[in-house]
Design a protein around this ligand. Structure first.
Ligand code: PLP
Length: 442
């Protein structure tokens, strides 16, 4: 422990931190120097209970020996193999394991290094697919208000979070957005899927009519929107989107960067909701968050459409230096083993009702204006302080950190998504601490 504490840096200026209030942070740094299972260790030697699985990614809990060991071994055996025109066995083994977990028919995988890159890859596959099929006029992409699809240009173009978009010029052209599905007046304090709002899917029909289906390539949504503050899809909504896409020959992309790998009680949300997309975007839980890696799943129909032309020619001009990196692939294989051995890909379903009851027990606390949940995801929406949006939730976050609890906030919403190894006593501790925080004057 003392070595770790001694490694605390004494100058924090050079690192421009991502999605962080840098000046606030550097006055009052919050550093993690260790982690094990459900807990982080802070630079000042305290234990912090992780109610967010890092950033929605450490699904099997921290420093799991099998994953750590696989990384060590792989680093000593084959550190890097060129990703283009060459390969290594584990990238293929992993792809086979992944398609076995995925919804039927999603038989091929492209690798990336993050959720943002997975999104860009999916959008490019969709556009190129229509082109190789002779439908090059299908160039439009449709996202949704309040959608989060990472931070690259495609992702922020189809995304719908204003602060992530407004600084960055014209973004991609040919993009439209469906309305979000957040209807607090009708759905506040719903447990699971809300009753109201399923018909908002018909807005897609209106947008398609406006532009004509022959110009629309793909629709992208998060099955459960996470980063925007946890928006659970209303009953029937996703199926309606599927039906409209099918009717018009539009590809449906599910961004499962958060929902993938067991977050809501099935390997993927597509299986939980029984709605099959054409393309599925994943990252985060693929390697338990330990090594950057993403995977984009596509149907055989999409993949096979590219497999024409001379055999010595590259079929799809896209990829990354680190696509399928050996160490990432080893980490992902060990992660899948851990999920399997411990039944973690369905565990959220087993814990969901305990989680839901504990979460909703905070309903009557001051400033709580909505509570939402599904699987092992929960959100508490707070009434913003007049004239100071986000401050109330950020205060709760800071207080929680001081009290040994890691939560996440977006706007005035507290979002939680613990590692899937969470036990009932952890859930009691999470909501016990939160109760005290919300009762105090934040
Ligand atoms: C739904 C969704 N898509 C994409 C991303 C971007 O992933 P990354 O931060 O790995 O680029 C995220 C990250 O939270 C996400 O929640």
């Amino acid at each position: 422990m003392s070595n770790r504490l001694n490694s605390t840096p004494n100058d924090l200026r050079a690192f421009w931190m991502p999605f962080t209030a840098n000046r606030q942070f550097k006055q009052e740094p919050r550093l993690f120097v260790g982690a094990k299972d459900m807990h982080y260790t802070t630079h000042d030697g305290r234990q912090v209970l992780d109610a967010t699985a890092g950033l929605w990614c450490v699904n099997a809990g921290h420093c799991r020996p099998k994953i750590t060991e696989a990384i060590r071994e792989q680093a000593g055996e084959l550190d890097y193999a060129p990703a283009f025109q060459l390969g290594h066995p584990k990238a293929f083994e992993l792809a086979n394991r992944l398609v076995d977990l995925a919804p039927d028919g999603m038989n091929h995988v492209l690798y990336t290094n993050s959720g943002s890159e997975s999104v860009e890859t999916a959008l490019k596959v969709a556009l190129a697919y229509h082109r190789v099929k002779g439908n090059g006029s299908r160039f439009r992409l449709i996202g949704r208000e309040r959608g989060y699809h990472g931070v690259n240009f495609g992702g922020i173009s189809v995304g719908g979070i204003v602060s992530n978009r407004k600084m960055f010029g014209t973004l991609l052209t040919g993009v439209d957005h469906m309305p979000h599905t957040h209807l607090p007046a009708q759905n506040a304090f719903t447990r699971g899927e809300p009753e109201h709002g399923g018909d908002l899917a018909t807005e897609l029909e209106r947008i398609v009519t406006l532009h004509d289906a022959s110009t629309v390539a793909a629709v992208i949504v998060e099955p459960v929107a996470g980063s925007t503050g946890v928006l659970i899809p209303p009953k029937g909504y996703l199926q309606k989107l599927r039906d409209i896409c099918t009717k018009h020959g539009i590809l449906l992309i599910f961004d499962e960067v958060i929902t993938g790998f067991g977050r809501i009680g099935a390997p993927f949300a597509a299986q939980y909701f029984d709605v099959k997309p054409d393309i599925m975007v994943t990252a985060k839980g693929l390697t338990n968050g330990v090594i950057p890696m993403g995977a984009v799943f596509v149907t055989s129909e999409i993949h096979d459409a590219f497999m024409s032309g001379p055999e010595h020619m590259i079929e799809f001009f896209h990829g990354y230096t680190y696509s399928g990196n050996p160490i990432a692939a080893a980490a992902a294989l060990a992660t899948l083993d851990t999920y399997k051995e411990e039944g973690l890909l369905t565990r959220a379903g087993e814990m969901a009702s305990y989680w839901e009851d504990a979460l909703h027990s905070l309903k009557d606390l001051p400033n709580v204006i909505d509570i939402r949940n599904i699987g092992l995801i929960g959100a508490i929406e707070l009434d913003p302080i007049a004239g100071e949006p986000t401050k109330r939730a950020f205060s709760a976050f800071l207080k929680a950190y001081d009290d040994g609890l890691l939560i996440r906030t977006t706007g005035d919403i507290i979002a939680m998504s613990p590692p899937l190894i969470v036990e009932k006593h952890h859930i009691d501790e999470i909501f016990g601490k939160l109760r005290e925080i919300l009762k105090s004057n934040i």
